[in-house]
Design a protein. Structure first.
Lengths: 261, 272
């Protein structure tokens, strides 16, 4: 009885989570603008999608900004994490940690408008540049918070031992320190990349007219009403996410198994 | 690695991109438009009954959706935490996947379901029920919030329950507690840090959203997030918009303080 209840509850929750997406996918192949009646199978919304230059531009912008901001944030965040780990007095550390956390805790809308005010205040042109800067800014704290724990775990005496054995500081850093903290850096970079891809609110406030990323474009399309090309877009994005997540999950469980073996 | 100067660039970075932008919000909130003159007018206007009502409505909707997420999410978190190991990983992944889908598309999905000629109304019409106004209502906005933020409630509770020492339950059983009593007296109190973390993670985005209310609530529908967005992007009154943002920040700080007071033992399970 209990088992039955548990199973049906799980099924119910999953249905709630997935049915809307599933229906979106089904209707992306519907040869009729209706959202309720089936008019036959078609791929024309996908053709429209791939011939729509606004959408393609937005995809391009999204990916470019995600890659660049992830790289920049990883470099800045890692350096900052080193600095915070080594060179700070106690009270200084407290203030710096809190200021690092602040953008994470702040609502996106507040971060968005505060950055918009800053950019306009210094008369920066709003567009791809401001978008990239904004994404880098909100990504940095996440990188710091993934790298810092790795630094804390790192045994300082290993680095000192390398120096005693004649390694130059940079050689010791590359051969001893970096490999130890690399997982943290990679996690941070991936984190930054996905946050950037998914962001809407901050981008919405810090972009200029005519420069869209995917989220902004979807918002302005959805505001005008429903269109099957959005369904086609959702389907493709959902598939990408699904494949990526399953791949990552497989890799992780694979690693776990290897470690146990 | 020992050089102190390494710190300063980050100090400057934070000053420029965290402190100054927030200071600008306060600056605009307390000055007359277009001048440097100090004023309390923006704050007073933001505290006027019209906007307090909007604020209250936003808090109310966010609170209801948080509670709904808790009621719906808690059993699911328990199921995940207690299911057989070989299924657990997969079930957790299935719970997470929708979160990775673009937030706007998830909201958009409900637009197509709820609209006048949408699927739900079409299904209803087979039963000879006249089309209902589903989209552009409080209910639609609530549904959108619950749908989007439910995983944020499930995951922190799940991760706390996973860390719980199972032998406590055996001990409770040995001491004569039935399943319900041991849930009420052992499991539930121990899971509270996760519950508070989940509540914060649902309440915060819900109370500040302007997307869900705009897409599912329609153009006329106003939450505090919509008012702020309009002031900045449509009306261009940064001073008043900033004053409203200050209100929103205070609201967030209060709710975080309230929830973290109950969450003294800290690490109440962030995402996984």
């Amino acid at each position: 009885m209990m088992r039955f209840l548990r199973r049906s509850y799980t099924a119910l929750i999953f249905a709630f989570l997935y049915l809307p997406i599933f229906i979106l996918i089904v209707f992306s192949f519907n040869d009729s603008k209706s959202r309720a009646a089936w008019g036959g199978f078609t791929l024309r919304w996908y053709e429209e999608l791939f011939s729509n230059s606004a959408i393609l531009d937005a995809v391009y912008n999204t990916l470019t900004i995600a890659v660049l901001s992830a790289v920049l944030a990883t470099i800045i965040g890692t350096l900052a994490a080193f600095a915070m780990h080594k060179d700070m007095r106690q009270w200084e550390k407290k203030i710096v940690m809190n200021l690092t956390y602040l953008p994470i805790l702040n609502p996106d809308i507040v971060t968005g408008i505060s950055l918009m005010l800053l950019f306009i205040f210094v008369k920066m042109n709003l567009g791809l540049g401001s978008l990239l800067l904004a994404h880098t800014i909100f990504n940095v704290p996440y990188v710091i918070l993934t790298v810092l724990p790795k630094l804390k775990q790192f045994d300082q005496s290993l680095y000192e031992a390398a120096l005693d054995l004649g390694a130059s500081p940079s050689y010791a850093f590359r051969k001893i320190v970096l490999p130890e903290i690399l997982p943290g850096i990679v996690t941070g970079a991936l984190f930054a990349f996905t946050l950037s891809i998914d962001d809407f609110v901050i981008s919405f406030f810090t972009t200029g007219s005519g420069v869209n990323n995917l989220s902004i474009l979807i918002y302005s399309m959805a505001r005008r009403g429903i269109h099957p090309t959005i369904n086609a877009l959702s389907t493709l994005l959902f598939l990408v996410v699904l494949v990526l997540l399953l791949a990552v999950n497989r890799r992780v469980t694979g690693e776990k198994k290897q470690k146990h073996a | 690695m020992e050089r102190r100067w390494l710190v300063y660039p980050y100090h400057i970075w934070m000053l420029l991109f965290t402190v100054v932008p927030l200071a600008l919000i306060f600056y605009f909130a307390f000055t007359v438009k277009g001048t440097y003159a100090f004023t309390l007018e923006n704050i007073q206007q933001a505290a006027s009954p019209v906007y307090l009502k909007v604020l209250w409505h936003s808090v109310w909707l966010a609170a209801v959706s948080t509670f709904a997420c808790f009621i719906i999410g808690y059993p699911m978190a328990m199921i995940l935490a207690t299911c057989r190991v070989k299924y657990r990983n997969m079930l957790v992944v299935i719970t997470i996947i929708p979160m990775w889908m673009n937030f706007l598309l998830r909201t958009y999905a409900w637009m197509t379901l709820l609209e006048k000629k949408g699927l739900i109304n079409t299904v209803l019409s087979f039963f000879n029920i006249a089309p209902l106004q589903l989209l552009y209502t409080d209910g639609a906005v609530l549904l959108g919030m619950v749908y989007n933020f439910l995983p944020f409630m499930i995951l922190p509770i799940y991760s706390v329950l996973m860390k719980m020492d199972r032998s406590l339950l055996e001990a409770a059983g040995d001491l004569g507690a039935d399943a319900w009593t041991s849930f009420r007296r052992v499991t539930f109190p121990l899971s509270l840090p996760g519950v508070y973390a989940g509540m914060l993670m649902v309440f915060m985005p819900a109370v500040t959203t302007f997307v869900i209310s705009r897409l599912l609530g329609g153009g006329q529908y106003m939450l505090i997030g919509n008012v702020i967005e309009q002031q900045f992007l449509a009306i261009g009154d940064w001073n008043f918009g900033s004053a409203l943002s200050v209100f929103m920040m205070i609201l967030i700080i209060i709710s975080m303080a309230l929830l973290s007071r109950y969450n003294k033992n800290g690490n109440g399970g962030m995402l996984l």
